[in-house]
Design a protein around this ligand. Structure first.
Ligand code: ZN
Length: 444
């Protein structure tokens, strides 16, 4: 498949070159010009005979004009069709090798995931059209209807999206209501405007947002507000005449190594005005920043050389800002659709191989909600540990969670209840006896 890519790329370039509508548009324009001219001369003349003569004269050129446009379009569609065929040859459509389509049962959830993905990627218009059309489809196809959330519930600043399982399990409320999507669009528009500012090395809006949400951020144990203020301080210090290296795109007109004495300037003023609120939690760091200012003229030889490193600082902060912003909305930092599709793509070759093997051996894959093989996902996609019950050898789930026995051994809840006689059980690993009610659920 990958071998076809260079040829396909060439074909695509040919499409871009040949399948242009420029000549069609020009030919349509010339028809319009002819029609307009005719209209004007008819309007100017006022003679009905002359008018019919003009119209008769117009017939042939217009007919020819349409033929030309048709030919233009034929050429375009021929090129497109050829590319379509090339695509079909390179990527023959094969159905997924499983009869069990988990997605089929949850159109509302899938639509929601797609709409959410578009929203959080900033494609607001596409998302809106998609949601409108999904709603139209839903009104045609009788599926389980969704009780819309009341708009007053939504237009609050409180996060109103359940994250994680509870939402997925109750597929009701899976459809977006218009006000809910407007709420999210509003939020994401705000997020993107702040990200734009960060990219342009302007931290003002991000600091303002983090200050407005400082309680919620504090609750999450987030240092975002301080990190933003810290970078603001460093950035101010760097753009002053301290002989520090800029990032290249920075507006410094000073020569490297030309310190201007102890003029702490804007950075110092900024620290004085803004660092006080972080004193209890970040005193050591603030002291380090202040001390770095003293060494500013000789920073590279000082113990504070790393303080003014900003090579990836803005990108790093943009990433943690996105993470915090999404988490305050009750959302993960990465789009779940992106993660699911990527993980699925990684797993697919193994799935195909596995299905092939079980078919040839005429065995069945019985655990429909569980993959029967390991998928090597990257560390960034590993969110929590999994637990496999040592008795049943099954992976624990929300319905069958792991439980810790009083002796310290851990089993799946179902295994414990299978082992138990009445309310009593004997641990299969150590002979300690206990009561099932003393077993505690474990959360990973
Ligand atoms: Zn035990």
């Amino acid at each position: 498949m990958a071998d076809n890519m260079p040829t396909l790329r060439k074909d695509l370039q040919a499409v871009a070159r040949k399948a242009r509508l420029t000549s069609a548009v020009n030919d349509v324009d010339s028809i319009i010009t002819k029609l307009l001219e005719a209209r004007e001369s008819i309007a100017a003349g006022g003679d009905p005979h002359a008018a019919s003569l003009i119209l008769t004269k117009l017939q042939n050129p217009i007919k020819e004009g349409f033929e030309t446009v048709n030919n233009d379009l034929k050429a375009v569609s021929k090129t497109q069709k050829e590319f379509g065929k090339a695509l079909d040859r390179s990527f023959p459509i094969t159905s997924l090798p499983t009869e069990y389509d988990v997605m089929q049962k949850h159109p509302a959830l899938i639509n929601r995931a797609i709409a959410m993905h578009l929203l959080r990627e900033g494609h607001f218009d596409v998302s809106r059209v998609f949601m409108d059309e999904a709603r139209d489809m839903a009104s045609i196809t009788p599926t389980r209807t969704v009780k819309p959330k009341r708009s007053e519930e939504i237009n609050t600043d409180a996060p109103m999206l359940d994250n994680g399982l509870s939402d997925a399990v109750t597929s009701v409320a899976a459809n977006f209501t218009p006000s809910e999507s407007m709420y999210l669009q509003d939020k994401f528009q705000h997020m993107y405007s702040i990200l734009q500012d960060i990219k342009a090395r302007n931290l003002g809006s991000a600091i303002e947002w983090s200050r407005d949400n400082s309680d919620a951020l504090e609750e999450r144990g987030s240092n975002l507000e301080f990190e933003l203020c810290k970078l603001q301080f460093i950035w101010l210090a760097k753009s002053q005449s301290y002989g520090l290296d800029g990032d290249g795109d920075e507006d410094t007109d000073d020569d490297e190594g030309s310190p201007v004495g102890n003029d702490f300037g804007a950075a110092f003023a900024y620290a004085r005005d803004h660092f006080d609120r972080f004193r209890t939690r970040h005193l050591a760091e603030i002291q380090r920043l202040a001390a770095a200012l003293v060494y500013a003229s000789n920073i590279h030889e000082s113990p504070y050389a790393t303080v003014f490193e900003t090579a990836t600082a803005f990108e790093d902060l943009a990433a943690s800002f996105t993470r915090e912003f999404c988490s305050l909305l009750g959302l993960s930092a990465e789009s779940p659709l992106y993660v699911a599709a990527t993980a699925g793509t990684i797993a697919l070759p193994r799935l195909i191989k596995f299905i092939g093997a079980t078919r040839s051996k005429r065995t069945e894959w019985t655990s429909a909600n569980e993959m029967a093989f390991e998928t090597p996902l990257p560390a960034s996609m590993t969110y929590h540990s999994i637990f496999v019950c040592p008795v049943s050898k099954e992976q624990t789930t929300g319905e069958n969670p792991p439980v810790r026995l009083p002796c310290g051994h851990v089993l799946a809840n179902d295994s414990l209840h299978n082992l138990a006689k009445g309310s009593k059980f004997k641990c299969p690993y150590c002979p300690v006896e206990g009561l099932t009610r003393d077993a505690q659920q474990i959360y990973f």
